[in-house]
Design a protein around this ligand. Structure first.
Ligand code: UDP
Ligand code: MG
Length: 347
C-alpha cells in the first residue's frame, strides 16, 4: 500500500485476561504503558474471578491511570470467555489481545500496528521460540495443531496463539460469531480479511504458574476441534461402514465353511469381535454426545460471562447493549463523533 494510503489509529485497545496474576500484573501494566507511550490507547484488563489479590492490584492500577480499564467478572469463566469480555468492551479502532503473564511481549504491539497501517486487518504473532515451556506442553501443542489442521477447515498457523491485533471491521466480524465454545485463534482466521504474521520469541512466564492444567488443555482442544470440524462425527460413519462391510463379506465365507464341513465353533473370536464392535459403538455414541452437548450449550444461549463491576468505564454509555456501532464506541471513548454528510440526492 502506498504511503499516502496509510491509516493511523485514533484509539488502540489492548485486551488482556487476568486470572490470579497478582505477582506480575503491575509489571505487565508498566511495560505495556511504556511500550505504547506514542499511542492513544486504553488497556482493558479482565479479571477472570481472581482470588489472590489481583483484584485489589487492578483497582489500584485503574485508580492511578484512567487509561487502565478493569472489568471484574462475577467468577472464573475461563481464558477464552474472559478474552471475549475484553474484546466486547474494547472501544478502539484497533484491538490487540495478549496474555497478561508477559509471555507475549507488549513491545511487539507497535510492530503489529505498523503491519496494520500497511493494510493488514488481522496481524497474528507467530512464536519462533518458546522459552520456559515443558517438553510435554511443546509436544502436546504440536500434536494438537497438526490434528487440528488435518480436521478443520481453517488454516491455523501452528505456532500462533491468541496474541493478535485486529482491525475494527475484523473485530466486529469476530464478535458477530456468537458461539458458546470459543476457540478465538481459529475464529480470527475463519473471518478472513487480510491476515499477516509477525514473528516473535515467546518468553517464559514472568511469575506465577500456568493456569492451564492437563484437563483444561484437553477440554480446550476438544472444543477447538468440535467447533471447527465434523470429521469426528464422520469417522463413526466410516467405522460403521467398515464393520458392516466386513460382516457382509464374512456371511458367504461362514456359509461356505459350514457346507465344506470345516466349521469351527470359534467362541473366542466371536467374543473379541463383539467387544470390538461394542467399543466402537460406544466411541461413536461418545462422539455424538460431545456434539449434542455442545448443541445443548448453544441453544441455552447463556451469556458467555457476567460482569460484576467495571473501573474507568467510558461514561455515559454503561449498558452492554449500547456499545454497538462506531458512534457509540467513539462516544464511550470520549472521541468526537464521525461527521457524515449525506451525498446530494439525485432529483
Ligand atoms: N487466564 C484467564 N482465565 C483462566 C485461565 C487463564 O483469564 O481461567 C489468563 C491468564 O491470566 C493468562 C492467560 O489467560 O494471562 C494465559 O494463561 P496461562 O499463562 O496460564 O496459559 P499458558 O500460557 O500456560 O498456556
Ligand atoms: Mg502463559
Amino acid at each position: 500500500m502506498s504511503a499516502n494510503k496509510r491509516r493511523t489509529p485514533s484509539l488502540l485497545s489492548v485486551v488482556a485476561p487476568v486470572y490470579n496474576e497478582a505477582e506480575l500484573i503491575e509489571t505487565f501494566v508498566q511495560r505495556t504503558c511504556a511500550a505504547l507511550a506514542d499511542y492513544s490507547f486504553e488497556l482493558v484488563l479482565v479479571n477472570d474471578g481472581s482470588s489472590d489479590g489481583s483484584e485489589e492490584a487492578l483497582d489500584r492500577l485503574a485508580a492511578a491511570d484512567p487509561r487502565v480499564r478493569v472489568i471484574h467478572l462475577s467468577r472464573n469463566f475461563g481464558h477464552q470467555a474472559a478474552l471475549t469480555a475484553g474484546l466486547e468492551h474494547a472501544t478502539g479502532d484497533i484491538v490487540a489481545m495478549l496474555d497478561s503473564d508477559l509471555q507475549d511481549p507488549p513491545e511487539l504491539i507497535p510492530t503489529m500496528i505498523a503491519r496494520w497501517e500497511e493494510g493488514a486487518d488481522v496481524v497474528y504473532a507467530v512464536r519462533e521460540r518458546r522459552e520456559g515451556e515443558t517438553a510435554f506442553k511443546l509436544a502436546t501443542a504440536s500434536w494438537f495443531y497438526r490434528l487440528f489442521n488435518k480436521l478443520a477447515q481453517v488454516d491455523l498457523e501452528p505456532d500462533s496463539g491468541d496474541f493478535r491485533l485486529l482491525d475494527r471491521r475484523a473485530l466486529d466480524a469476530l464478535l458477530a460469531m456468537t458461539e458458546r465454545s470459543r476457540f478465538l485463534r481459529g475464529m480470527t482466521v475463519w473471518i478472513g480479511f487480510t491476515q499477516t504474521a509477525v514473528p516473535y520469541e515467546r518468553s517464559a512466564r514472568y511469575a506465577g504458574e500456568t493456569k492451564y492444567t492437563l484437563r483444561r488443555m484437553l477440554r480446550f482442544s476438544l472444543d477447538a476441534i468440535a467447533s471447527f470440524s465434523h470429521v469426528p462425527l464422520q469417522i463413526s460413519t466410516y467405522l460403521g461402514l467398515l464393520c458392516a462391510g466386513v460382516a457382509f463379506v464374512a456371511i458367504p465365507v461362514v456359509i461356505g465353511l459350514r457346507i465344506a464341513g470345516s466349521y469351527l465353533p470359534g467362541f473366542g473370536t466371536i467374543t473379541i469381535i463383539m467387544l470390538l464392535i461394542g467399543g466402537m459403538v460406544l466411541i461413536a455414541l461418545g462422539v455424538i454426545g460431545e456434539y449434542v452437548g455442545r448443541i445443548y450449550d448453544e441453544v441455552k444461549h447463556r451469556p458467555l460471562y457476567i460482569v460484576r463491576e467495571e473501573r474507568n468505564q467510558p461514561a455515559p454509555w454503561q449498558g452492554a447493549g449500547l456499545t454497538q456501532g462506531p458512534q457509540a464506541r467513539r462516544a464511550r471513548a470520549g472521541l468526537p463523533m464521525i461527521e457524515r454528510s449525506a451525498p446530494p440526492r439525485p432529483q
